[in-house]
Design a protein around this ligand. Structure first.
Ligand code: FES
Length: 116
């Protein structure tokens, strides 16, 4: 879909902290994705709820719920597994976020939009 890879410093991706957003021009002029860290591992998804195609984060970068165990959509409160992107509660139940391949080596997180 795209020949782009994006890189971020590992230190900027905090455990259960704010997600790092990025543009996905191949999906449209306003399309975005995000990467978060959960249990030490980086996970990236298209920033688009499986219920209604809106961005998950009302406030930029705020993807985790209060308990910091689930990714939450700010619009109607759907919750997703950070590890699988699967919706576990809410109007999108049974659906999933679209994952984006991500890897991490030597202090660099790489989002592989080229493999997406
Ligand atoms: S738009 Fe995300 S839960 Fe409805």
């Amino acid at each position: 879909m795209s020949d782009t890879v994006l890189t971020f410093n590992s230190a900027d991706l905090l455990e259960k902290g704010d997600g790092l957003r990025f543009a996905i021009p191949a999906l449209g002029p306003h399309a975005s994705g995000f990467v978060v860290r959960y249990q030490g591992k980086a996970y990236a998804y298209v920033n688009r709820c499986a219920h209604v195609p809106v961005e998950l984060d009302w406030e930029h970068g705020k993807f985790f719920n209060m308990t910091q165990e689930w990714l939450i959509c700010a619009t109607h409160g759907a919750m997703y597994s950070p590890q699988s992107g699967r919706c576990i509660v809410g109007p999108c139940q049974g659906k999933s976020l679209s994952p984006i391949p991500v890897s991490e080596h030597d202090g660099i997180v790489t989002v592989h939009l080229d493999q997406f």
